[in-house]
Design a protein around this ligand. Structure first.
Ligand code: C2E
Ligand code: CA
Ligand code: CA
Length: 754
């Protein structure tokens, strides 16, 4: 059961694991994707900014060059004012001589107030450097006090026709405010900043989005040599030298920790003409945030899908669990009564028997005559009865007890009652309950049951031992019908004896341990008119075993068909021989047990035997006990009629001990009634026995039957029986059952006497 269950969850876990891996893969690729996306965006941004900056500076350089040459030619600085109007990002223009003094300034500035560029520390380096270069050079970004704006100084050497440097044209480019170098916002947003850094001294020339005050930003080099670290990393990661980076104008990407510890993704490009690094930085946090956003949506989908899957699997597993529970129930319960069955008892006995388990009792309950009910009313009827029967038993036990259908009409009850009086009272109460009338279909009837009880641990410490002990006790109870017996060790002897007898019986026939004896039957005049054949067993192990002990066992053990065959064959053969030897004729009575009579091939076999011995002229009588007629009368009656038609006589044995009604008796083709020995025994001193015998005799006479009294031992008994009208006699008074030779002698003696 659990196998499938486990498999289902296994599938679920595999799916879950697969989904986890998938989640991992797509998350990782998303992570990479976002990184790459940002890297490309940044690279494009850097390219854009770099191009824009470059062309901006280039156009300014051209302006400076043209302006410088014009001033040199015209010596008229007013052209500066004209250009200032056209070029709003320029704060002011100026023309400086080689000593650093301003010769001309646009009119918005006071020439006198301006410092000498070669003497001012902030400007000296870049001014001197400018004079060594043909190209335009950028100065440190500084606060242009006269205009109140931050700006980048740009300077360009001006040459005369002979190619000799004659002055420096200079201007201030505003980087903020209404007029600024970049009209567009260069960065993507808060998380991104673009910085232009001068290579020579690593001063920041410009930063697109800055939270820092310009003073902090522009008046010192880029923080903590971050640019150097950055470049070293680029060199390492991209396997290029700084020279190559500077020359090939490519964009390099990288991830690196900022001096303040923040991770950033950067893109970097160098503009060799203006010796400027264009650096874009994106806070890594932004990348992480964007990733987390996607990731969270993946996780959400993942969780939702798996929650649905989980519920689905739970549903399947639930159904599966129920199905396997049903299967287990089916395997461990009886379909008819819904009670646990025998195998369930075996499986669950460990709940009752274990080390230091408390004592309990096991009742073994067997319905009386269930087979008769089944045979007479049909199985459907028997089933209804069993269900009702089981219900009544279950009603009579406490919750902690267990009722099991052990099979057929046998039930087992386990209960923690152990007090002997309590057990007996309880089981008697169960019997009372189940012997109340049952109303099934149009019928109303009663059934009895027998209960055998064994106690744990006294009578057994295993289920098998307890079942055996209770079975033995039940067998004891069966003798009395509708009663209860608690197991006692003494019962075991009988049981063991039964077991021994049964074992010995299986081989007794082959060992020729059986033989027949014959008891003469005397008529009213004292003459022998017949014999009753009685079987004897001289067992090698047990000596002489009385027939009323071994015959029921032989029947139960299935030995009876063979034994019956032997009895009939031997009797017919011996009596035929005897009658031939002595030249006389007499009737031979043979006992037929109920089971023998009910065998399907009984009549067929009997006919065969008789024909085989060619006994047509011998008179044969079948003795059948009265209790036979409790069985299916519709089956028995035609059978008896056939026996009668064959010319056989029928004698009803042990008459008076059963319950056959007169109405049935009238229908039966019976020739002889045998008064049971128990009545004869007490005829002299028991009034009821005497009355009973008188009744039997008058009934028999009325129905034209012979009356035989068996077990006649005294003259007085014979006298009173004769007086009542008895026709035939059998008993020790005349002869004990005799073996062949003794019987022959007995006949010969009789002949002499008469
Ligand atoms: P049953 O058919 O009632 O047999 C008569 C029993 O009474 C015989 O016991 C017989 O020996 C005994 N008996 C006869 N006269 C007297 C007497 O005066 N005093 C006393 N005390 N007993 C007397 P047995 O032979 O032990 O057989 C017992 C029972 O076993 C029989 O009862 C019969 O039911 C069964 N049985 C015996 N032989 C056969 C047989 O060949 N086939 C079948 N099916 N049953 C048999
Ligand atoms: Ca008999
Ligand atoms: Ca008898």
């Amino acid at each position: 059961m659990a196998v499938l269950q486990k498999n289902i969850w296994m599938i679920f876990y595999i799916l879950l694991m697969g989904a986890f891996v998938f989640l991992g893969i797509i998350s990782f690729s998303k992570w990479k994707n976002i990184h790459e996306q940002y890297a490309t965006d940044q690279a494009n941004l850097v390219k854009l900014v770099s191009n824009a900056t470059h062309s901006l500076f280039l156009s300014q350089e051209m302006t400076l060059n043209i302006l410088g040459n014009q001033i040199l030619k015209d010596k008229d600085p007013r052209i500066m004012d004209d250009l200032l109007v056209l070029n709003p990002s320029v704060v002011a223009f100026g023309f400086v001589d080689l000593e650093g003094n301003y010769l001309h300034v646009s009119s918005n500035f006071n020439k006198a107030k301006l410092p000498n560029l070669r003497q001012h520390t902030a400007t000296k380096d870049s001014f001197d450097y400018t004079m060594t270069q043909e190209k335009m050079v950028l100065g440190r970004t500084y606060f242009i006090a006269a205009s109140g704006r931050w700006g980048i100084p740009i300077r360009k050497s001006i040459y005369n026709d002979q190619g000799k440097i004659v002055g420096v044209m200079t201007a201030g480019l505003a980087i903020e405010g209404a007029f600024k170098i970049f009209t567009e916002n260069l960065s993507f947003g808060e998380y991104n900043k673009v910085t232009l850094i001068r290579d020579r001294d690593q001063f920041v020339q410009f930063q697109s989005s800055n939270n820092e005050t310009p003073k902090n930003l522009y008046e010192k080099p880029f923080p903590n040599h971050f640019l150097n670290t950055l470049l070293e990393n680029v060199v390492q990661e991209h396997h290029v030298s700084i020279e190559t980076i500077k020359q090939n104008r490519e964009i390099y990407g990288l991830e690196i920790a900022h001096p303040d510890g923040k991770m950033v993704q950067i893109a970097l490009k160098y503009d060799p003409r203006y010796e400027l690094w264009v650096l874009s930085e994106i806070d890594h946090e932004q990348i992480v945030n964007e990733f987390v956003e996607s990731f969270m949506s993946y996780v959400l989908i993942f969780v939702i899908v798996h929650a649905i899957l989980f519920l689905l699997f739970k549903l399947i597993s639930h159904a599966e669990e129920k199905r396997s529970k049903d299967l287990i129930f089916q395997a461990t319960h009886d379909e008819l009564t819904k009670l646990p069955n025998r195998s369930s008892l075996q499986q669950s006995i460990h709940k009752w028997i274990y080390e230091k388990a408390p004592p309990f009792s096991l009742y073994y309950l067997d319905m009386d005559h269930f087979k008769n009910i089944n045979d007479s009313f049909g199985h459907e009827f028997g089933d209804i009865l069993l269900v009702e029967f089981a219900k009544r038993i279950s009603k009579m036990v406490r919750k902690e007890s267990v009722v099991i259908r052990q099979g057929g009409d046998e039930f087992v009850i386990l209960t923690y009652r152990t007090d002997e009086e309590d057990i007996l009272a309880h089981s008697q109460a169960i019997l009372n309950e189940i012997s109340k009338p049952y109303h099934i279909k149009q019928f109303s009837f009663v059934v009895g049951a027998s209960i055998g009880i064994a106690k744990y641990p006294q009578h057994g410490t295993t289920l098998d031992m307890l079942l055996r002990a209770s079975d033995i006790a039940m067998y004891e109870a069966k003798k009395y019908k509708n009663s209860v017996r608690l197991f006692a060790p003494s019962m075991q002897e009988g049981y063991l004896n039964r077991v021994n007898v049964e074992q010995a019986l299986h081989t007794a026939l082959d060992k020729h341990e059986f033989f027949m004896v014959y008891q003469p039957q005397i008529d009213h005049d004292g003459k022998i008119y017949g014999v009753e054949a009685l079987v004897r067993w001289n067992s090698a192990d047990m000596g002489l075993v009385p027939p009323d002990q071994f015959i029921p066992i032989a029947e139960a053990a299935g030995v009876m068909p063979r034994l019956g065959h032997f009895i009939l064959k031997t009797t017919l053969k011996e009596m035929k021989t005897l009658q031939a030897e002595l030249g006389i004729a007499f009737q031979t009575s043979i006992n037929i047990s109920i089971k023998q009579f009910m065998e399907t091939k009984f009549l067929e076999n009997l006919t065969k035997q008789i024909e085989h011995e060619k006994l047509a002229h011998i008179s044969l009588c079948l003795e059948i006990t009265e209790s036979l007629f409790i069985e299916d009368i519709d089956y028995i009656l035609p059978l008896l009629q056939k026996v009668h038609e064959m010319g056989l006589h029928i004698s009803m044995d042990d008459f008076g001990t059963g319950y056959s009604s007169l109405s049935i008796l009238r229908k039966l083709p019976i020739d002889e009634l045998k008064i049971d020995k128990s009545f004869v025994d007490t005829i002299l001193n028991d009034i009821t026995a005497k009355k009973m015998i008188q009744n039997i005799i008058s009934i028999g006479k009325n129905l034209d039957m012979y009356i035989l009294a068996e077990g006649v031992e005294t003259q007085e008994q014979e006298e009173i029986l004769k007086e009542f009208g008895c026709d035939r006699f059998q008993g020790y008074l005349y002869a004990k059952p005799l073996a062949y030779d003794a019987l022959k002698e007995f006949f010969e003696k009789q002949r002499k006497n008469s």
